[in-house]
Design a protein around this ligand. Structure first.
Ligand SMILES: NC(=O)c1ccc[n+]([C@@H]2O[C@H](COP(=O)([O-])OP(=O)(O)OC[C@H]3O[C@@H](n4cnc5c(N)ncnc54)[C@H](O)[C@@H]3O)[C@@H](O)[C@H]2O)c1
Length: 330
């Protein structure tokens, strides 16, 4: 099947070309993101393959349908950027990669926690400059601390398992019951209790209308003074302006982000020669207790291989009219 990839980077092309040797699809890689101006470039392809920050609005879906597209293959888990009702209305089937390596994201969550706590990023620079002073590098033992996970799905559960290995008390809030929580020694709680008791709050729920700005001024007010807040899920779960206030008042003592609500204009591109116009983002960068990575939690060789494998399998299943186990419906 002919597949047009939007927002394709060199690393996407490498992993998809390699895995496609077993599938034999016709792959066309475009560097431009999918949006109302670029949708026309899908002309001739039956499938388009997109990533987290591509715009898949009703307008774009109408243009894709006119171009002859029948399948939208997301090479990611989240689908908050897709208007699923419009896709159905245009007869475009949507598939995704529900899990490619929840370990990659859970392990990156720990990388953020450990870096913020033990300040290895600052130590690295200091030592290279011959500064061996310890002032400003004071951390705390993770052992015995309480970590609250919002969302106990695939990534939340692995994060919980790792944290239990560190000897943390793990609380979790999820809208679904969890069969695994008890065996892992995770205490299921309400959100208020989680906020009140957690030294670290880490977000692992999807972005939905219910979770949009879940972490707002009201939620922050309920948290422990000096809390560490980690978001490797989706940027808009956090009200960034409220979090900046929390950082200024020192209610939030550490912030680790792999995602940002306006990341679509920034992440995945080299902007080092440009002036960044986003003042909220620049304010975040001014805090020395804020650590931001650019949506790289998923980015491991294992995950990239799995993403390509599952995406191309989804497309082959569609082509061969097999059951679509990874279909997403409105
Ligand atoms: N940073 C990255 O590179 C990266 C990579 C993959 C996934 N993610 C994000 O991580 C999220 C979690 O991924 P996953 O694979 O664990 O998904 P999952 O579907 O396995 O788990 C999500 C969990 O959140 C729960 N949930 C839903 N609404 C909730 C709410 N209002 N409050 C609390 N919990 C709620 C669900 O019941 C589910 O248990 C994804 O939605 C995606 O946004 C980020």
């Amino acid at each position: 099947m002919q597949i047009t990839f939007f927002n394709a980077k060199k690393y996407d092309q490498e992993s998809f070309d390699e895995v496609n040797q077993d599938f034999g699809h016709e792959l066309r890689f475009l560097e431009v993101p999918l949006d109302p101006h670029t949708a026309v470039l899908a002309q001739g392809a039956e499938a388009v393959c997109v990533f987290v920050n591509d715009t898949v609005s009703a307008e774009v879906l109408a243009l894709l349908a006119t171009a002859g597209v029948k399948l939208l293959a997301l090479r990611c888990a989240g689908y908050n950027n897709v208007d699923l009702k419009a896709a159905a209305a245009h007869g475009i089937v949507v598939v995704r990669v529900p899990a490619y390596s929840p370990h990659a994201v859970a392990e990156h969550t720990l990388a953020l926690i450990l870096t913020l706590n033990r300040k290895t990023h600052r130590a690295y620079n200091r030592i290279r400059e011959g500064n061996f002073a310890l002032t400003g590098l004071l951390g705390f033992d993770l052992y015995g601390r309480t970590v609250g996970l919002v969302g106990l799905g695939k990534i939340g559960l692995i994060t919980a398992r790792i944290l239990r290995g560190f000897g943390c008390r793990v609380l979790a809030y999820d809208v679904q019951p969890s069969a695994e929580a008890e065996a892992l020694g995770v205490e299921l709680t309400g959100l208020d209790q989680l906020y009140a008791e957690s030294d670290i709050v880490s977000l692992h729920c999807p972005l939905t209308p219910e979770t949009h700005h879940l972490i707002n001024a009201e939620a922050i007010a309920k948290m422990k003074p000096g809390v560490m807040l980690i978001n490797t899920s989706r940027g808009a779960i956090i009200d960034t302006k409220a979090v900046i206030k929390g950082l200024k008042s020192e209610k939030i003592k550490y912030l680790g982000l792999d995602v940002y609500e306006e990341e679509g204009d920034l992440f995945f591109e080299d902007l080092s020669n440009k002036v960044i116009q986003d003042e909220v983002f620049m304010r975040l960068l001014a805090f020395n207790n804020v650590l931001i990575t650019g949506h790289q939690a998923f980015f491991t060789t294992d995950a990239m291989h799995n993403i390509a494998q599952i995406t191309l399998q989804n497309i082959s299943d569609f082509e061969q009219q097999k059951e679509l186990v990874n279909a997403v419906e409105a």
